[in-house]
Design a protein around this ligand. Sequence first.
Ligand code: 5RP
Length: 232
Amino acid sequence: MSDPDPAKLAASRAAIELVRDGMRVGLGTGSTASVMVRELAAKVHAEGLTLRCAATSKATAELAESLGLRIESLDQIGWLDMTIDGADEVDPDLNLIKGGGGAHLREKIVAMASDRMVVVADPGKVVEQLGAFHLPVEVLAFGFESTRELICRALEDLDLGGRPINQRLREGKPVLTDEGNFILDLALEAIPDAPALARALTAIPGVVEHGLFLGICDLAIIGRADGSVVEL
Ligand code: 5RP
């Protein structure tokens, strides 16, 4: 593996300082979370810690297990002391957009089953207002086009109409989440009223989960290229 991005490394190292022996820890998904998992595994081995870990995706479970961390299901553990995860955007109130890696459903379940959600990120993720990053929405395959139409109408009601709602594809084929669902990416440019959008999306039956994490994150650790961190 090539050397990790120094900002992601700095954030990850600061976050795992919060991990204590015996803790139950949720492991996020994405490139920053992968750096954190590698650092955590090194700490566990170096300090002989015993942790109980739950992963937010199959990819993270595989990575963690390959590094010698034991992964249990969330139901086996029951409740977590802390989840450490990445984010696509973080605003000054610690509201997030997540799901760039398509894992936001499991990520939200795991984060909300934790006493504390800690985000690790580089400065490029910090925004004044959410929305420049395309908002991922996990939807059922059943009734997919009707769900897209209902999302379109909801956006029009919120004066966010006319923006592209793209199905996430890889090599021309629909991306499937770990739960076997599709992903729509909403190109909104800005989200002036995130709670209203979250409510509108949640009210659509074919929407499984959206990538707005509102009032869920407790601490964001932003790493810098010089190795320093700032906490939000
Ligand atoms: C995956 C996520 C990731 O945490 C988010 O996309 C950030 O990823 P990265 O650290 O690779 O930029 O939400 O669903």
